[in-house]
Design a protein around this ligand. Sequence first.
Ligand SMILES: [Fe+2]
Length: 298
Amino acid sequence: MKTQQMINIKDAEKDQIGAVITNLDVVQLEPESEEIGEILSAIYRNKLIVIKGQNLDPKQYVDFTKKLGTPQIYLQENYHHPNFPEIFVSSNVNKPGEKVGVAGTGHYWHTDCQFQEQPLSFTAITPVIIPETVRSTSYIDMNKVYKNLPEDLKTLIENKILIHGGNNRYKVTPDDIDKSIQQLIEYQNKTAPPVKHPAIIEHPVTGDKILYASSGFTMKVEGMNHEESEQTIKRLFDFIEKEEHIHTHHWDKGDLIIWDNRYLLHKSSALPVGEKSKSYRIGIYDKYPFYKGISKNS
Ligand SMILES: [Fe+2]
């Protein structure tokens, strides 16, 4: 029987995001324990948590995420860890003749898997190799953005449906080498067609209203002509990405960061030339539908 830990959760300041959790060894946690419940509540309450001082091996990491929900196996295998397909590897560090993971991921504003019918509830990330100079991830709280939206913009999109797609962000793989751009586009349109979600979603746990749009994946507003749609999404992105909405987390060794993709957009930092970086991400589906009104398995 594992002992109960005196978990220490320091919630974010008012109107800020990000709790800091210390005094916790996630390896020791039992599934469905009180501590797991506290961690899940802290994610919903603070939108992002940082659990300090964890240095997990890949198996321990996957096992922990299974206690929070169901780990995702990402749709493209070229991102997978060789032994643990649940781990999505972002890395520019390779041994000669061996390529594991993908370099330069996520350097644009997005929320993970927004281009899918059933987007990803949480993202967990932990650094494996931290660059010498800078490594951080920036976030935008889309509940706060919704509350701050100018009234005319809010009225314009309040009951609209937005169309999202990930094809512009597709990274070619060695298997694509003899394909034309046209073939790649046709293949992508067939395997990952655009999806629709409400512009304003309601969080299934907190009931908060959230603007669900990102310049990384959102393509158009349903029911508007091309010009009107382009103007509207440009106004939205300009407003969303204002400096005052951006919160940046700088990584420390041992940080295990988990956030709620319903609430937050994120963007990875640019890596200076010559710097090495490697991180392990695991997507997690919690037990709730992504937003109120969508079925869990649509
Ligand atoms: Fe991402």
